[in-house]
Design a protein around this ligand. Structure first.
Ligand SMILES: [Mg+2]
Length: 169
């Protein structure tokens, strides 16, 4: 069965999301944007790409225009792993958005990776695909322990743990 991955960007692959969004919104070049990819992101994306598995990104964009958002994403060089046509910017991540991205694929092989239960996990489970939930920052995990188990939900503490379970996905 073919695997297929969709990644959230802010606080899943990269940090300082609110600060950087604010900065790109102002258009200022100083102070500089903060943060690189979160530890483990490059290794996980590299492993998936090495297997020639398609990678999509699904990210909410409300504050910036698409060009600003693209600059924010690609400051971290995401085109190393993501084809520009596979980066989806939406106002809301609904089950229909997930269904559309996964159209024609076996949902059993489709995985959404994200840090937000509301935006990444719940709609992808409702769409019938699998979800890998990696909450951050750490304080959120207390709240997240109340989130109900689901047969298609995988909880991880850090993104690098995808490599530990990768062969079993
Ligand atoms: Mg996020």
């Amino acid at each position: 069965m073919g695997k297929f991955f969709i990644f959230d960007f802010d606080d899943t692959l990269a940090g300082f999301s609110v600060y950087n969004t604010w900065l790109y919104r102002t258009g200022w070049s100083f102070p500089p944007p903060l943060g690189n990819l979160l530890p483990g992101s490059e290794e996980v994306l590299g492993r998936i790409r090495a297997d020639r598995i398609p990678l999509h990104m699904l990210t909410i964009n409300i504050v910036l225009n698409d060009e600003m958002k693209w600059r924010k994403l690609n400051r971290l060089g995401i085109t190393r792993w993501f084809d520009e046509r596979h980066v989806h910017m939406v106002r809301r991540k609904t089950p229909d958005v997930f269904k559309q991205i996964c159209r024609g694929r076996d949902p059993k092989g489709c995985y959404m990776v994200g840090n937000s239960y509301m935006h990444d996990i719940r709609p992808s489970l409702e769409a019938g695909i699998n979800a890998i939930y990696i909450p951050r920052p750490h304080i959120k995990r207390l709240y997240d322990s109340f989130i109900p188990d689901h047969p298609r939900l995988i909880r991880l503490k850090r993104i690098s743990q995808i490599l530990d379970i990768y062969d079993d996905l």
